[in-house]
Design a protein around this ligand. Structure first.
Ligand code: NAD
Length: 345
């Protein structure tokens, strides 16, 4: 069989290394640095599949252009698919994803951000590099005994819950689809806002929960609450977050994602002027830590992402479907795998 030609968008050096290592010759991968969007979609001409990531813009126009040029498959090398118009894709082009590659990578990064922020490690690191051994302003607080509220108790949220318990934290959670018999202490969203010292987001971004952190919900939170977002930037209204920080209601924000990240994250802007005033203001705050969508970035996760993505592509071109296919009809994100028996279309 001819190798399957894949147009691989938004390719970084670490992607090339992991995909080249995982490719056993079944795929002919064309790497492009650029993101997939309406302006770049023609690069996929002549390919059977495109491989895309979190900030590629796969709207209806891109889907139509891909389908018209003969592309049959969008292979997402990530779990979330809020950047794909899957309703429009139905009947036109198939979509597969990597539902899980390392929940540990993301959950551990969330805890790394929390510990860094709470114990002021980011400040101490810079001070001692400059032989400044003063401790003034570095007072933190114990996580032991504090309440962590987890929003989304799927793969990553559950690992984070276990990590929190390991630190002696009390874990409460909110999930739109609570898992019966899981032993998780589910509470309402309002209760979670009111009781949590730390809130960590591990749910997908949907139209319904966009800006779930807003002026109203911030007003319900405990004074000094720490927010950790390793999920999707759109869950937080960044202006409202800034307001909450300035009012001293929010004690700290650990952000691996940002709602307007797509033009900024993954690029080197040092020496340049960043136009996004909200991001600049957030980064200037002493109690905000930003990493640029880095939580997934471990050796283990990259290897799993590459292997699963290529297996998805090969399975699709062999069988016309893949166990990791998503479509808006069968893919209620958590139920897809069990319900998914035949082809989506
Ligand atoms: P998952 O599907 O295993 O779990 C998601 C959970 O969220 C499920 O329990 C689901 O019932 C729940 N949920 C769905 N809608 C909800 C809502 N409106 N409110 C509350 N809960 C809701 O997903 P996962 O593998 O744990 O990943 C969680 C999220 O993490 C992904 O959607 C993705 O956005 C993000 N993510 C980020 C990175 C990163 O590098 N920063 C990497 C991987 C995943």
């Amino acid at each position: 069989m001819e190798p399957i030609r894949i147009a691989f968008f938004d390719a970084k050096e670490y992607d090339k290394a992991s995909f080249d290592a995982a490719n056993r010759g079944g795929c002919d991968i064309r790497y492009f640095d650029t993101k997939l969007n309406e302006a770049t979609v023609r690069l996929a001409e002549g390919c059977g599949a495109v491989c895309a990531f979190v900030n590629d813009e796969i709207n209806s126009a891109v889907i139509d252009a891909l389908a018209a040029s003969g592309v049959r498959l969008i292979a997402l090398r990530c779990a979330g698919y809020n950047n794909v118009d899957i309703a429009h894709a139905y009947g036109r082009i198939h979509v597969v994803r990597v539902p899980a590659y390392s929940p540990y990578a993301v959950a551990e990064h969330a805890m790394a951000l929390l510990l860094t922020s709470v114990r002021r490690i980011h400040k101490a690191y810079i001070r001692t590099k400059d032989f400044n051994f003063s401790l003034n302003g570095l007072t933190g607080f114990d996580l032991y005994g504090k309440t962590v509220g987890i929003i989304g108790t799927g793969r990553i949220g559950r690992v984070f819950a276990e990590i929190g318990k390991g630190f002696g934290m009390k874990v409460i959670a909110y999930d739109k689809y609570p898992a019966p018999g899981s032993g998780i202490d589910y509470v309402t969203l309002d209760e979670l806002w009111a009781r949590s010292d730390v809130i960590s987001f591990h749910c997908p971004l949907t139209e319904e929960n966009r800006h779930m952190v807003n002026r109203d919900s911030i007003a319900k939170m405990k004074k000094g609450v720490m927010l950790i977002n390793t999920s999707r930037g759109g869950l937080i209204d960044s202006e409202a977050l800034l307001g909450g920080i300035k009012e001293r209601r929010i004690g700290g924000a650990c952000l691996d994602v940002y709602e307007e990240e797509s033009d900024v994250f993954f690029h080197d802007f040092s020496g340049h002027i960043v136009d996004d005033d909200t991001l600049s203001r957030l980064i200037s705050m002493p109690n905000v830590i930003v990493t640029s969508h880095q939580a997934f970035l471990t050796v283990e996760a990259l290897q799993n992402i590459a292997e699963t993505t290529l297996a998805n592509v090969e399975q699709f071109f062999e069988n016309g479907t893949s166990e990791n296919e998503i479509c808006y009809k069968c893919a209620q994100i958590t139920a897809c795998k069990q319900d998914h028996t035949g082809k989506c279309f």
